[in-house]
Every structure is written in structure tokens, then in C-alpha cells.
Design a protein around this ligand. Structure first.
Ligand code: NDP
Length: 465
């Protein structure tokens, strides 16, 4: 490395360290948010060193402060008449590129820190799609497990009774996320329509037939598999015959698995909160469809699926541990962590490296914790980071917004072609940025740099707001 290059590198490290210290001091009780900021700063050091103009405009300092955070009470009544109160939020992080856009998550682990990490990541993900989308995220600390349909409906109506004041087709357009699927989107949209007396594109993931886009349910998982295929293609390889493990058994996991099977990869294992299943020869499409029925219609577990299917092994989640250590040790070529944040720590990452993994494509947001990511950086494993690899969902949400505003409904083939093209564009933006800034980690660093630059230029142009 030349003297100038190493001076620039040191400068970048110092600027990033100072910015991180300030974020840590201001957000002491938000570990997930700090983790996400640290990850982005680690990648964009060369940009910060080179671009004095962005430093002068305090772009990063502004970007880490959400434009607005709304917190509200969500009171609701269960079927036996008992009252409950939950806490809801919407984090409107950045509108530099368009209306705030990002999902709603209902899960007991939801805190403001989790939503700020998700919203922050969403800014860069949305920027990478090249669509006019800002970044946001929202949700509630509800545990929906075991609630009846009526309870879910009343909860969604109460949640939207406050949220509707803050969202709109040109302001903030939420979508689904963990535990917010087509059923919840329907109830949320119904209440918004009733309160606002407007049928507009305020929420994406709507049903096909009442404003939804074809392929939106499939988009994140399909996009993830397309992205993995492009990464391999770029390295002279394909998914055909590859042993794949997919964690989670929800929306992203199901459609990632489906597309992998269609592309002749072998899906050896999937997991959920009950444990994990292994099918040594790879799941068949019939088996995957049975899993989808169990998870989506019966709202039951993989344990229950395995009880009816003699051809898969089931491993129960051990009490008092994350119970998935065996899952990450399965011999694998490609791993798709699609359940939740930080599901792969140092131990799981070591197990993955020992298992022979060559590619990891993140379906969940931030599924690799900082230590796991560091181990992968030191290895030869190709890592497709969430903000690039799982951007297919928000991309088709963006296409749903476009169809809603034009009162149009595109065909499945049309949306699929656009999705493939967007995943290819995201891939190429990562590799181009990595080349321009001469960073080692093509996808992780490239995605952060390309996403950051698009938002930063827009913020600079729009002045001090
Ligand atoms: P779902 O609620 O549909 O599925 C989540 C799945 O992960 C469930 O099978 C759940 O198990 C499992 N799970 C959750 N926590 C754990 C855990 N700690 N260990 C093992 N399994 C777990 O959510 P989605 O598929 O929509 O979202 C999954 C991830 O993908 C999230 O990180 C989300 O932010 C991200 N994502 C989602 C997008 C989308 O379009 N839906 C878009 C981009 C990212 P169980 O079924 O037993 O509850």
C-alpha cells in the first residue's frame, strides 16, 4: 500500500472511530442500533476520508438521528374480555430518497433499539434498489403466539388507530415483517381505510385483487436466491446441486427455499422456534408445500410437520440455549440465515466455517453478529449482506406503490423480470463501489458504500433539513 493510501486509511479509521463514539454516547441503551452503525462505519471509512464535503455537511451525524420517532400506547381486549396494553412505534428515519418505507414487526423482543437498527439498515437497502424510497421501520412488543384471529384483528385495529395519523401513500408506507403477514396487513389496511376514508397505497403486501402486487409475498425469498445465484455466477459457479441450509420457516425462508429447489439446489435443513428439520437428500417441493400449510394455515411448528413426515429428522430446540448449534454444523455449501437478527454468533459462525460453507446470503436483517461477521471477513466465504441480498421484498413493495399510483396491475412475469433486474443492479452497484474504493469485502463494504453515497448526495443537495 502506498504512503498516501495508508494515510487515507488511517484518517478514515479515526473519523469513523470519533463518529462511533458520539453515537455510543448518545444511544447508550441501544445495543442493536450501535451494532448496525458500527457495521456501516467500518465499511465507509474510505468515503469519509476522501469526501471532505460530506464531512462538512455533517451527513453521517444527521443520518444517525431519525427524522422522527413516534411511540404510542396500543390497548386491546382479548376474547375473554381482559384488557392488555402494548407499546407501538414508528421510526421515520430518512426521507432523503422518498417516503419512509419499511416493515412492521410484532414480537416481544421489539424495542426502540431494534427498530432503530432495522430502520437505519433500511435506508441503505432502499437506496440500493434505486427506487424512490426513504427508510423507516415500526412495530410493537406484542407476542402474537396463540392469539385468535379476532384478537389479532382487534390488536391491528388499535395499532392502526394511532398509526394512521402518521402514514400515507406519499409520506410513510409500512409493510410486513416478523409476524406481520397477509392477515395482519389486511386488518391494518382495513382500519386505515375506515379512519381516513381513502383507498390508497398506504401499505404494501396487500392481497392480490385489492391493490397488492403479484409476487410480493415471494419477493424477499426469491430475490435472496436470485442474489445468491448472481454472486456464484460472478465467481464462475452455480446453485445447482449445492447443499443449502435455510434458517427460519417464515415468509422469507419459505420462498427462498422454494426458489432454491426450483434452481436445482438441495435444501437440506430448515428451522423454527421449535427446532430444526434435516432432509439429507434435500426437501422436495411437496414437502415444502406441506411445511407452508403447517406454518401459514395451521400456524403450527416444524415439530408438528416432522411428526407427519417420516422422511425428515427433527431436532428439538434445547431449553435454556439457542438450541440451533447443531443446525449450523450441518455440512453445507450455502447458508441462508432467514430467521432473525444475531442468530449467528461466533460459535455458529465457527460451526459454519467447519461445515465447509462457501456462501452466506442474509435473508434476515443482521443475522450475523459483529463477531460472526469478523470471522467471515477473515475467511474466503462470500457474504451477501442483508441490505443487498434481502432487498427484493422492499423492491417489489416499491413496484406495488408504482402500480397503486398508476392504478395498474402488472403480471407475475412482469414483476419477476423487474425483480431479477433489480437484484442484478444491486449486485453490480456493490461490486462497482467496492472496486472504486478498493475495499476487500466486495459485498458487505460495497453495499454500505453504494447505499450511503446515494443517500448522502441527496441529503447534500436538499440542504440542512
Ligand atoms: P416470519 O415471522 O414470517 O418468520 C420468522 C421465522 O423465523 C419463523 O419461522 C420463526 O419461528 C423463526 N424465528 C424467529 N425467531 C427465531 C429464533 N430466535 N430462532 C429460530 N427461529 C426463529 O418473518 P419473516 O420471514 O417476514 O422475516 C424474517 C427475517 O427476514 C426478519 O429478520 C425480517 O426483518 C427479515 N426480512 C423480511 C422481509 C419480508 O418481506 N418479510 C423483507 C426483508 C427482511 P416460528 O415460526 O416458530 O415463530
Amino acid at each position: 500500500m502506498s504512503q498516501t493510501a495508508s494515510r487515507t486509511r488511517r484518517e478514515g479509521e479515526k473519523i469513523a472511530a470519533d463518529l462511533l463514539t458520539a453515537v455510543e454516547e448518545r444511544n447508550r441503551h441501544e445495543p442493536e442500533f450501535i451494532q448496525a452503525v458500527r457495521g456501516v462505519l467500518r465499511s465507509i471509512q474510505p468515503v469519509l476520508a476522501k469526501r471532505e464535503d460530506l464531512r462538512e455537511h455533517r451527513i453521517f451525524e444527521r443520518l444517525v438521528e431519525p427524522e422522527r420517532v413516534i411511540q404510542f400506547r396500543v390497548p386491546w381486549q382479548d376474547d375473554s374480555g381482559e384488557f392488555h396494553v402494548n407499546r407501538g412505534w414508528r421510526v421515520q428515519f430518512s426521507s432523503a430518497l422518498g417516503p419512509y418505507k419499511g416493515g412492521l414487526r410484532f414480537h416481544p423482543s421489539v424495542t426502540l433499539s431494534v427498530l432503530k437498527f432495522l430502520g437505519f439498515e433500511q435506508i441503505f437497502k432502499n437506496a440500493l434498489t434505486m427506487l424512490p424510497l426513504g427508510g423507516g421501520k415500526g412495530g410493537c412488543d406484542l407476542d402474537p403466539k396463540g392469539l385468535s384471529d379476532h384478537e389479532i384483528m382487534r390488536f391491528c385495529q388499535s395499532f392502526m388507530s394511532e398509526l394512521y395519523r402518521h402514514v400515507g401513500a406519499d409520506t410513510d408506507v409500512p409493510a410486513g415483517d416478523i409476524n406481520v403477514g397477509p392477515r395482519e396487513i389486511g386488518y391494518l389496511f382495513g382500519q386505515y381505510k375506515r379512519l381516513g376514508n381513502r383507498f390508497d397505497g398506504v401499505i404494501t403486501g396487500k392481497g392480490d385483487g385489492w391493490g397488492g402486487s403479484k409476487l410480493r409475498p415471494e419477493a424477499t425469498g426469491y430475490g435472496l436466491s436470485y442474489f445468491a445465484a448472481i454472486m456464484l455466477e460472478d465467481h464462475g459457479d452455480t446453485l445447482e446441486g449445492k447443499r443449502c441450509i435455510v434458517s427460519g420457516a417464515g415468509n422469507v425462508s419459505q420462498y427462498a427455499a422454494k426458489k432454491l429447489i426450483e434452481m436445482d439446489a438441495r435444501v437440506i435443513a430448515m428451522s423454527d422456534s421449535s427446532g430444526y428439520i434435516v432432509a439429507e437428500d434435500g426437501l422436495t417441493m411437496d414437502q415444502l408445500e406441506a411445511i407452508m400449510r403447517v406454518k401459514n394455515e395451521q400456524r403450527d411448528s416444524l415439530e408438528s410437520f416432522a411428526a407427519d413426515d417420516g422422511d425428515v429428522e427433527f431436532h428439538q430446540r434445547e431449553k435454556g440455549s439457542d438450541g440451533t448449534s447443531g443446525f449450523w454444523s450441518i455440512e453445507t455449501d450455502c447458508a441462508f440465515p432467514c430467521a432473525t437478527q444475531n442468530e449467528v454468533g461466533k460459535r455458529e459462525a465457527r460451526a459454519l466455517l467447519d461445515s465447509g460453507v462457501k456462501l452466506i446470503a442474509e435473508g434476515a436483517n443482521m443475522p450475523l453478529d459483529a463477531e460472526a461477521m469478523e470471522l467471515m471477513r477473515e475467511s474466503e466465504v462470500l457474504v451477501g449482506p442483508a441490505k443487498a441480498a434481502n432487498a427484493g421484498g422492499v423492491a417489489v413493495s416499491g413496484l406495488e406503490m408504482a402500480q397503486n399510483s398508476q392504478r395498474q396491475h402488472w403480471t407475475r412475469e412482469d414483476v419477476d423480470e423487474r425483480l431479477k433486474a433489480i437484484m442484478r443492479t444491486i449486485h453490480d452497484r456493490c461490486t462497482d463501489a467496492a472496486e472504486t474504493y478498493e475495499v476487500k469485502d466486495t459485498y458487505v463494504d460495497g453495499a454500505n458504500i453504494a447505499g450511503f453515497l446515494r443517500v448522502a448526495e441527496a441529503m447534500k443537495a436538499q440542504g440542512l433539513v
